[in-house]
Design a protein around this ligand. Structure first.
Ligand SMILES: Nc1ncnc2c1ncn2[C@@H]1O[C@H](COP(=O)(O)OP(=O)(O)O)[C@@H](O)[C@H]1O
Ligand SMILES: [Mg+2]
Length: 274
């Protein structure tokens, strides 16, 4: 007999899903993955866009929500329109599944993007209750929903972290990021969200601090370690083509593809040595 699991929302959803079987595939809730990091430029959008792209390429029904409302740029990474996004969506009378879906932009890989907005000044109109309805509107009928978050711990991001099945915490090997990461982990612990955290070390070889030292310092293991790839990462962003498509064989893409494969299989084992 299966061991009793903690009665978290995610576990209840999983148990509920099991009972219904696969025949009602359309009604399944997606695995929700929030991508968070306390420092701008850490690589949250890079990780979210590329991992989501790979899963879409593999035939998984995948959506990406750009919850970095003021300066979200997922649409630039994917060369998609950003004109009508979340800030415009919340001005609709009600946020139904149909309305949410009408705001999605489709990438040629099959990935659906809900952009943020072209208008940073509209961001304050978006409340966490709106975000919650957007997530509920999109969760059914997708296999994976990624939420690209801003660096701020506001009501909207806290709600997204609550709703998420997994939180990908993107960090870099520099002291200021690591100090913030430690604070973030303490806060997540206080909020009882720490069991969802999976750490992704991005730009791994960009400093003298090694992955092993970071793992020891923070008492963590990494789900993925992604090397710095200056030329290809920025060139891909400038062309609006995810690096995993633009240069699939470079070391950075290989690690992002490995990460997507793990997530696709629900395998959250660490990378090994640290
Ligand atoms: N592993 C990497 N190697 C080199 N450049 C990277 C890497 N990851 C991200 N970048 C670059 O760093 C910049 C910031 O990345 P981004 O994903 O926008 O960060 P965030 O969303 O956390 O603010 C972008 O120019 C991106 O192309
Ligand atoms: Mg970003």
């Amino acid at each position: 007999m299966e061991k009793m699991k903690r009665p978290t929302a995610a576990n209840l959803r999983r148990i509920h899903r099991k009972g219904r079987g696969d025949a009602v595939n359309e009604e399944k809730d997606a695995v929700i993955i929030a991508v968070f990091g306390s420092k701008g430029g850490a690589g949250k959008t890079t990780v979210a866009v590329n991992v989501a792209t790979v899963l879409a390429q593999k035939g998984k029904r995948t959506a990406l929500l750009d919850f970095d409302l003021q300066f979200g740029d997922a649409s630039i990474f994917l060369d998609l329109e950003n004109k009508h996004g979340i800030s415009e969506l919340v001005q609709e009378g009600s946020i139904t599944k149909e309305i949410v879906r009408s705001y999605l932009s489709l990438h040629k890989t099959g990935l659906s993007l809900l952009p943020s907005s072209e208008r940073p000044e509209y961001a304050e109109m978006v409340q966490s209750s709106h975000g919650e309805r957007i997530i509920s509107g999109i969760a059914k009928g997708y296999d994976f929903v990624f939420i690209d978050l801003s660096t701020q711990m506001n009501d909207l991001s806290l709600m997204a972290l609550e709703k998420a099945d997994k939180i990908l915490h993107v960090i870099n090997p520099d002291i200021s990021t690591l100090r913030n990461a430690k604070k973030t982990h303490e806060l997540m612990k206080a909020l009882k969200l720490d069991h969802k955290i999976q750490v992704v070390l991005n730009k791994e070889n960009s400093s003298t601090i090694t992955a092993k030292e970071i793992a020891g310092l923070m008492n963590i293991k990494f789900l993925a370690k992604i090397p710095v790839e200056g030329k290809h990462a920025v060139a891909s962003l400038n062309r609006g083509i995810p690096v995993v498509i633009n240069v699939p064989r470079c070391p950075m893409s290989k690690k992002l593809i490995d990460l997507a494969t793990k997530i696709g299989e629900g395998n959250y084992g660490s990378t090994g040595e640290a």
